[in-house]
Design a protein around this ligand. Structure first.
Ligand SMILES: [Mg+2]
Length: 93
C-alpha cells in the first residue's frame, strides 16, 4: 500500500471535518501512548498480540496523522518529497 492509497483508504472510512480538533487531540493522546510503550519496550510477539505494543501505537499515530492530512487536503506523498529535498540539502543525506 502506498501513502496515497493509505490516505484514500482512511478518507473513504473516516472523513469528518467537524472533528478536526478531536482528531488532533487523539493524535496527541496516541503520541503519549506511543511514548509509554517505547519506554517499556513492548513489542508485538505474535500476530494476535498487537494490543498495548509499539506496533499498535505507531498505527494509531499514523492513522491520525493521515486523517488530519485528509481533512486539510494535504498530499502526504508530495509533502514527503518536498520536505525530503529540503532535508537532503540541509543535512547532506
Ligand atoms: Mg493507542
Amino acid at each position: 500500500m502506498t501513502l496515497k492509497e493509505l490516505q484514500e483508504y482512511i478518507r473513504n472510512r473516516d472523513y469528518r471535518p467537524e472533528l478536526e480538533h478531536a482528531y488532533f487531540q487523539k493524535l496527541i493522546e496516541e503520541v503519549g501512548e506511543l511514548s509509554e510503550v517505547l519506554r517499556k519496550g513492548k513489542r508485538m510477539e505474535t500476530e494476535d498480540t498487537i494490543k498495548g505494543t509499539i506496533e499498535e501505537e505507531l498505527y494509531d499515530v499514523l492513522y491520525y496523522v493521515v486523517a488530519l492530512a485528509n481533512l486539510n487536503d494535504v498530499d502526504l506523498e508530495k509533502s514527503f518529497h518536498l520536505k525530503e529535498a529540503i532535508n537532503q540539502h540541509k543535512y547532506g543525506r
